[in-house]
Design a protein around this ligand. Structure first.
Ligand code: AMP
Length: 377
């Protein structure tokens, strides 16, 4: 089997590594000639809307998938005439446009933060009045990792915010006072079978994921909610492959923030702690192979390495730790790797992370939100 991946970042890299064990060959396409996945599979350089080049690239492939919402849905539609495209253009269209995402959720009765569509500074001011208070304004398309977003306070300048956003159509959202951010990852095959991974607790700063814990501690009632939400979305949108849903937990209730029709940063721990990783399951679904069990044992923490890499000799000395180096040039704010720590139970996980924080190998903030030590008998 030969699979083409649109986008050559770390997600493509990890899909290639997972698919290689199944004997699957890959071909990558990315506008950037230094794309990291080019180190693992033949790479083509071209724009995502260059249909002519893409058509040649797709020759001889059995299926095409994507690792980024930057690929226009129209490109996937054009490729569909030549090759199986999974997930298809509809899924891409919904997930690359915040308005479509909100509409899909609301159609299915899935709660989201209060929002308004805004196309001018005046409409933004009106949205602030209606939503009452602080807003996050997000460009409808093209934003990720906190880019394409501005906050507007109760008294902040709406004109300035509108300009900072590049004066493009946007969704103005009320700022939600959430207790925490969580995500759920599911996978659906072409026959409609769906499997889900445990709910994950995520910590973001400046719009970038810093740390994930799986399973999310004290998951209680939100577990069933998260599963219902992702199943409803996967069935309704008819996706094939992995879907990720990012959510806010507010008073025991989940609000959907964002969808990603692909493997996701908050699921990297599945490489070490699930019977089948998100990467392998996505590739299995795309290749038309049976899905693998998403069951996992124990607990895992994923620490995103942003800007630069720690010394692997220290990190790898931590029991249960594995380190992934994306082979990217370090740059402030850039995801260059991640560390996963696994353990048999949440308490043991905390012990391992705490010991590594004590010796300065891990930053101390990684401990926030990890299961507290059991009280002394
Ligand atoms: P997004 O690009 O929509 O995933 O937003 C990036 C991050 O900004 C989220 O992970 C949250 O930490 C924060 N954020 C986004 N929307 C809201 C909101 N409506 N209320 C509070 N925080 C938000």
């Amino acid at each position: 089997l030969k699979i083409g991946i649109l986008g050559g970042g770390q997600l493509a890299r990890m899909m290639i590594l997972a698919g290689a064990s199944l004997g699957i060959e890959f071909r990558v396409y990315d506008p950037d000639r230094s794309a990291t996945a080019f180190g693992l599979a033949p790479g083509w350089v071209g724009d995502f809307d260059d249909i002519e080049t893409l058509s040649v690239w797709a020759e001889g492939l059995d299926a095409v998938t994507t690792e980024t919402e930057l690929v226009p849905a129209s490109t996937l539609a054009a490729l569909m005439n030549r090759v199986e495209v999974r997930p298809g253009p509809h899924m891409q269209l919904v997930c690359q446009d915040r308005l479509e995402e909100k509409a899909a959720c609301e159609r299915l009765g899935i709660p989201v933060a209060p929002w308004r569509l805004v196309s001018s500074a005046r409409q933004l001011e009106a949205a602030r009045q209606r939503l009452g208070g602080e807003l996050i304004v997000k460009a409808r398309t093209g934003g990720y990792d906190g880019r394409g977003q501005v906050r507007v306070g109760r008294r902040g300048s709406v004109a300035q915010a509108w300009e900072a956003l590049g004066s493009r159509a946007a969704i103005a959202e009320a700022v939600v006072g959430f207790e925490r951010e969580v995500s759920i990852i599911g996978v659906r095959d072409s026959a409609g079978r769906i499997l889900t991974y445990p709910v994950i607790e995520n910590l973001h700063t400046d719009g970038i994921l810093r740390r994930s814990i799986a399973p999310a501690p004290s998951v209680g009632v939100i577990r069933a909610q998260a599963e219902d939400i992702i199943r409803a979305l996967m069935e309704d949108l008819g996706t094939v492959g992995v879907l990720t849903v990012e959510m806010f937990e507010v008073d025991g209730r989940l609000l959907v923030n964002e969808l990603a029709p692909r493997v996701h940063n908050s699921g990297h721990w599945t490489l070490q702690a699930s019977e089948t990783s998100q990467f392998e399951n996505h590739i299995r679904a795309v290749a038309g192979l049976p899905l693998g069990s998403t069951v996992g044992e124990g607990a895992a923490l994923m620490w995103n390495l942003i800007g630069d890499l720690p010394d692997p000799r220290s990190v790898l000395s931590v029991p249960g730790a594995s380190m992934h180096d994306y082979a990217k040039t370090p740059r402030p704010g850039r995801k260059v790797g991640h560390v996963t720590v696994t353990a048999a139970c949440p308490e043991r996980l905390r012990e391992r992370v705490a010991a590594a924080a004590d010796t300065g190998i891990f930053p101390a903030w990684l401990l926030d939100g990890l299961a507290a030590p059991a009280p002394a008998p």
